[in-house]
Write a protein that binds this ligand. Structure first.
Ligand code: PLP
Length: 372
């Protein structure tokens, strides 16, 4: 626009028609052009084109939050009495949405560890209309082989949705592995600066056109032009930031493994990738590490309280290193029994490695662990 390097923010709610007939043609879909910003906006359009290009999909759609994206996709793929098969381990609010869909609309769901073909096949029902996967799983960082899931789903003609928030298209591209729809909480690595809540979806034209005209338009979780602009800015540095997040996380994971107060470290290392035959799936391990401490819930909380440099906060993918306690924070909505089954114990701590010097991150974490 006028040669601007950075796209302008089209901060407008509506668009004027030159004539009444033009308005009629726009609504009838006979003429290209904007109508109203919930249905489309030039700044948002640029963002949607870029995420589609990065994920190698046909079309992208932007939403006001990751959950607006998740709900728009899941509601579009299901009707009453359908069934959703999920990875065992999901973002807490996605779990909450599934519970609500079950209670209100009889849309049921099951969980599968998806570590073998059998574990996937045996959970598919005639009424399954969607397979929904997170990998790495939040917050246990277990990995699922997307090529295997996609292959089985094709046999049954069921679309596979992947929440790719933790990996970003820089580290993992599910559509290239045969999956159908990719979702992002763009609040995390895509935005990358802790200043915006947003969601993105990428997939085939047919399905995304359907979402655009139904669950996006009529439920109304579209993104604001300013938030779209913030994501466009964040995206420019995505590969550089991701490499730094990965460098830092690798160092911290290595240090944690050697600490006597740490009983387990969960991070997508080369060994847990090859175990499942998914060495090629992720370019690197990402920026999120989970670990278990030798202690109680109180010890986990006091560890967090001892930190000076690292911030206690949910969310991830920001420039600052963030730490949280999943059992009492992000995954507190999941009933305790289910939570423990998913591996989310009271000793589990999740850390999102920021962009700082890894030595500073480790110095703080190490002193807090030593005081525990
Ligand atoms: C944060 C997150 C979401 C939800 O996104 P919001 O932008 O907070 O609505 C969904 N999935 C994963 C894996 C997340 O980390």
């Amino acid at each position: 626009m006028l040669g601007s390097l950075t796209p302008p923010i089209f901060q407008t709610s509506t668009y004027t028609f030159t004539t009444a007939e033009q308005g009629e043609r726009r609504f009838a879909g006979e003429e290209e052009g904007y109508i109203y910003s919930r249905l489309g906006n030039p700044t948002v359009r640029i963002l949607e084109e870029r995420i589609a290009a990065l994920e190698k999909g046909e079309r992208g759609l932007a939403f006001s939050s990751g959950m607006a994206a998740v709900s728009a996709v899941l509601i579009a793929l299901t009707k009453a009495n359908d069934h959703i098969l999920c990875s065992s381990g999901l973002y807490g609010c996605t779990y909450g949405l599934l519970s609500m869909m079950k209670e209100k609309y009889q849309i049921s769901h099951d969980f599968s560890v998806m570590d073998t073909e059998k574990s996937i096949r045996e959970k598919i029902k005639p009424e399954t209309t969607c397979i929904y996967v997170e990998t790495p799983i939040n917050p246990t960082i277990r990995l699922i082989n997307l090529e295997v899931v996609a292959k089985i789903a094709k046999e049954f003609n069921i679309p596979v949705v992947v929440d790719n928030t933790f990996s970003t298209p820089y580290l993992q591209r599910p559509i290239e592995l045969g999956c159908d729809i990719v979702i992002h909480s763009a609040t995390k690595y895509i935005g990358g600066h802790g200043d915006v809540i947003a969601g993105l979806v990428v997939g085939k034209n047919d399905f995304l056109n359907h979402v655009a005209m139904t669950t996006q338009k009529d439920i109304g979780g579209g993104i604001s032009p300013f938030d779209a602009w913030l994501l466009l800015r964040g995206m420019k540095t995505l590969p550089i930031r991701m490499d730094r997040h990965c460098d830092n996380a690798e160092k911290i994971a290595e240090k944690l493994e050697q600490h006597p107060k740490v009983t387990a470290v969960y991070y997508p290392s080369r060994s847990n990738r090859t175990e499942q035959g998914i060495d090629q799936q992720m370019k690197r391990g990402g920026g999120v590490i989970s670990f278990e401490i030798d202690g109680s819930k109180k010890d986990a909380q006091s560890l967090l309280n001892q930190l000076a440099f690292i911030k206690i906060a949910v969310s991830l993918g920001d420039a600052e290193t963030l730490i949280e306690h999943p059992a009492t924070m992000t995954h507190a909505v999941i009933p305790e029994e289910k939570r423990v089954e998913m591996g989310i114990t009271e000793q589990l701590i999740r850390l999102s490695a920021g962009l700082e010097a890894w030595e500073d991150i480790w110095k703080d974490l190490n002193q807090a662990l030593n005081k525990m």
